[in-house]
Design a protein around this ligand. Structure first.
Ligand SMILES: [Zn+2]
Length: 136
């Protein structure tokens, strides 16, 4: 068992390993495989397999500079999308108790307790005071 472990360690030495793009590719591959259970399409199967092979290729690659560059491009695309989804999930979770409003001067998003009607709010970030109207 120790021999196998040493061989695995020596095989993985210098390999790129896993990163955010690897996780995304693996997720896409699994999602395509699950959809393909119902759709039974050779196109989905082929695309899922290609994505999986690319993810494994990236994991075992020794060209760190190229893999890092790909991951940076992926993160540049994914980070704003992930933040938007995170904000959406937070808003849905708090829909019964909180309302979200944007500060007109510093554009920060404020999480306000539900207090119906017009009232003034002071932004904790820039100290600007502005009027908000909460209907529902
Ligand atoms: Zn502000």
């Amino acid at each position: 068992m120790s021999n196998f472990r040493n061989k695995l360690i020596s095989f993985m030495y210098g390999r790129y390993g896993m990163d955010a793009l690897y996780g995304a590719l693996l997720t896409v591959s699994v999602v395509l495989a699950v959809i393909n259970i119902f759709a039974d399409s050779w196109i989905l199967s082929t695309v899922g397999t290609v994505v999986l092979v690319y993810a494994i290729f990236r994991c075992f690659s020794k060209n760190h500079a190229a893999r890092r560059k790909e991951n940076e491009v992926w993160l540049k695309i994914w980070t704003p999308v992930g933040k938007w989804f995170g904000g959406l999930i937070m808003r849905l979770r708090d829909i019964r108790t909180r309302r979200y409003r944007r500060c007109p001067s510093c554009k920060a998003t404020l999480r306000l307790p539900i207090k119906r009607g017009k009232h003034y709010v002071k932004c904790p970030k820039c100290r600007a005071e502005f009027q908000v109207r909460i209907v529902l």
